[in-house]
Design a protein around this ligand. Sequence first.
Ligand code: TXA
Ligand code: MG
Length: 330
Amino acid sequence: MIISGNNLAHVQQAADALCAGELLGLPTETVYGLAADASHENAVAQIFKAKGRPANHPLIVHVASPEAVKHFASAVPAFAQQLMAKFWPGPLTLILPRQLDKAAAAAGGQNSVGLRCPSHPVALAVLKACADKGVWGVAAPSANLFGRVSPTSAAHVQSEFGDALLILDGGECDVGIESTIVDCTRGVPVLLRPGQISRTQIEQACGLKLLNPDALPSEAPRASGTLASHYAPSAKLRLMRAEEWQKALAALGPHTQNLALWSVEKPAHELMGAGLLWRAMPTDATQAAHDLFGVLRGFDARGVRTIWIEMPPDTPAWEGVRDRLQRAAA
Ligand code: TXA
Ligand code: MG
């Protein structure tokens, strides 16, 4: 059932459901989450079950404010403090050492915990209402079946989990791709997942170089968003340079079947047959991130078999979108 995030009584209803150990479709500025009380072992188990997610893949715990970090983390390095001060509330998740008696199931048994204070006003209202009842953290992975495209609207969440799930409608997500994840447990910041907050912004905020995971000796499973194949639509997805899709389309002629294309340039008029579904790819990375998952879901909904996507520019602003596209194509 979808209820409105603009209605205070509904926000309270959503918080009450979480505090009672139930699941909730929760809007955030990045993507919608499938939320549960992070300290409620049974509720957290329901998240893993509903998503079909392996139990050792840790979930992000959402908090209402930086003060709530003390309920979960055992230490916060100075650079993590700086990142929190600069980017919270916002689309940044910090992996911190975990108090071992806290949120163990949500952390997938790891010694660390991923914490994020989202900026979406509806998410913050829910988190504050939960905190008022002593529920300091809300675990929420993206509200999609494991490996599938993340949801950026309440309707997307409903199409994944059906009408039985309580979903708080907070409108379309602003950012559109999942939070940037920085591991703060290794003495230096390590980028586990790129997102809207860029590498440069992070380095500037903490004055340290941001490392890649492969620069350090490997440890446990890290982010499932870092699996080679993830975020996949049902159709087969190919990333192509502009010249590549233009050439391939010209070779097929106007009689293409079940093909979708997301590209900056519109194909020549004579190639726009009925079997080709075209959407304009924004030239701005922020706008493209916002549109990305909706475009993929839209293509799937139209039943296309093949999706061609123009390879975005190899620049820092596009790192988050390129990352999702490469995994979706894998
Ligand atoms: O924007 C987001 O981060 C969204 C919204 C709902 O907040 N959530 C999200 O959750 O993307 P999920 O579960 O789909 O991705 C969370 C990622 C996973 O790849 C997980 O492995 C990683 O965070 N993660 C969480 N806790 C971790 C930990 N302790 N150590 C390493 N990685 C962790
Ligand atoms: Mg996910």
